[in-house]
Design a protein around this ligand. Structure first.
Ligand code: GRF
Length: 201
């Protein structure tokens, strides 16, 4: 399947997908292109290094519909089947999301449905909960509300800070994101009434 990755920044999750692909762990996924909405996103360097075509679609000062149309054009031309949001900090329009229903996945640094949105670590620490983690989920037209595919959990220590928690969770993101992409591109995921079931070998 043809895969597009969308990113806004550092791109370490994008890198985890590139690395998994190089290791042969994504046999049914072709990482065809990267789209970034910020021209200084470090993810661009990662794409260059691996000869993955990169498109910059600036989102600043642009209406959501206009931005989404520009992206849809790139995705159509390249016959993209699956979209991976790897630290993509922009909400997609319902029109966009519905066009790719159950074909867009996102990585989020909390145990969804807890702590959706842009400040997951901060809110997790503030809530004083004893564990957190990360989730890969399908994207629907809410913010981090779509069906969860895989989660991984970490314990929260007494003196945990936003930074230590983020550092602890990131390596787990890098494990479950490529895994979920493999399950999706291998057509092992079914979604029924908003719940995911995974076919096991
Ligand atoms: C990750 O923590 C991801 O869970 C969140 O944004 C961050 C992106 O990091 N959605 P990176 O750009 O993949 O390094």
């Amino acid at each position: 399947m043809e895969v597009a990755v969308l990113a806004s920044g550092r791109g370490s999750n994008f890198q985890s997908i590139i690395d998994a692909s190089i290791r042969g762990e994504l046999p049914n996924a072709n990482i065809k292109l990267l789209i970034v909405n910020k021209k200084d996103a470090y993810a661009i360097e990662r794409a260059k290094k691996h000869n993955i075509p990169c498109y910059v679609v600036e989102s600043r000062n642009k209406k959501r519909t206009e931005f989404d149309l520009e992206m849809l054009e790139i995705l159509n031309i390249n016959k993209i089947d699956i979209i991976v949001l790897a630290g993509f900090m922009r909400i997609l329009s319902p029109r966009f999301v519905n066009k790719y229903k159950n074909k867009i996945i996102n990585i989020h640094p909390s145990l969804l449905p807890l702590f959706p949105g842009a400040h997951a670590h901060r809110e997790t620490i503030r809530a004083g909960v004893s564990e957190s983690g990360c989730s890969v989920h399908f994207v629907d037209d809410g913010v981090d509300t779509g069906p969860v595919i895989i989660q991984k959990t970490v314990a929260i220590d007494k003196n945990e800070t936003e930074k230590t928690l983020a550092d602890k969770i990131l390596p787990l993101e890098h494990q479950i994101f490529p895994k979920a992409l493999d399950l999706l591109t291998s057509q092992k995921i079914k979604v029924k009434k908003g719940k995911v079931t995974i076919e096991t070998d």
